[in-house]
Design a protein around this ligand. Structure first.
Ligand SMILES: *Cc1c(COP(=O)(O)O)cnc(C)c1O
Length: 254
């Protein structure tokens, strides 16, 4: 599928350093899960690789970081052919004119934030299936929720989510695995707890009414993923704790 054979092998010392960072983050995930009586295996790590060049990502994949998260359609599109062996998740805002390209590049779209976008993805998924030759039955998505009603953030307002959910769950080519949120920037990890708790409670309430919504909760980043796990995160999206500080200002814009 890719030109993997022509790609340079990753630098062994890069692989070793990613392995150490991965072990460290997985250890912190396990400790946070145990603290709250949860199974560490119930938390999935997405390595947020925005701004990280493809050659370093090949080292990260060799070190076991095989699920990568990108916040721009075109960045994942450019890097994916250069980084074999990973799966890719879109975690940033998706404009509907890029929906087809997003389906072509990403295995999971975490940032579905409107009924219109969901309906468009469903229609496009019905037309073609780029990688699996037609066998991908449903596209896994998460619905992004702006739990804090922060005007700077994308996502459904909680009441809009409840209004749109029935129609979204009817879409035959989407599999709605759960909810995702991007917390406010906080000084202390503890300050993010309320946001995470709200997402968990929203999920519980909505799933009690309609169990077709999946149980996943994607929440928590480098600064606060342990608090998110204590509040029930099943997916954490970790960038800087794995890859170091980003040179360009590419903070969470979603
Ligand atoms: C950048 C980003 C992350 C990761 O943030 P870090 O602070 O680097 O861990 C997580 N989620 C989203 C939506 C992002 O844009």
């Amino acid at each position: 599928m890719t030109a993997g054979g022509d790609l340079e092998q990753p630098d062994p010392s890069d692989v070793a350093s990613f392995r150490a960072r991965r072990e460290d983050v997985l250890g912190r995930i396990a400790a946070a899960a145990q603290r709250s009586g949860r199974d560490p295996a119930a938390v999935r790590l997405v390595a947020v690789s925005k701004t990280v060049p493809a050659d370093r990502l090949r080292a990260a994949v060799a070190a076991g970081l095989t699920v990568l998260g990108e916040n721009r359609v075109q960045e994942g599109e450019a890097k994916r052919p250069l980084v074999p062996g990973a799966s890719w998740e879109l975690i940033g805002p998706l404009q509907s004119n890029k929906a087809r390209r997003a389906l072509d590049t990403y295995d999971v779209i975490q940032s579905v934030d409107s009924l219109e976008l969901a309906a468009r993805l469903d229609r496009l998924a019905d037309d073609f299936d780029p990688r699996a030759g037609g066998s991908r039955v449903r596209v896994p998505v998460l619905l992004q929720v702006n739990v804090d009603d922060d005007p700077a953030k994308a996502g459904f307002a909680p009441s809009d989510l409840e209004a749109a959910l029935g129609a979204i769950l009817e879409l035959p080519r989407l599999r709605v695995d759960g909810l995702m949120t991007v917390g406010r920037l906080v000084d202390e990890p503890e300050d993010a707890r309320t946001t995470f708790r709200r997402l968990r409670e929203l999920s519980r309430r909505v799933r009690a009414a309609d169990p077709r919504l999946g149980p996943e909760l994607s929440m928590g980043m480098s600064a606060d993923f342990e608090v998110a796990i204590e509040e029930g995160a099943t997916i954490v999206r970790v960038g800087r704790a794995l890859f170091g500080e980003r040179a360009a200002p590419a903070g969470p814009t979603a």
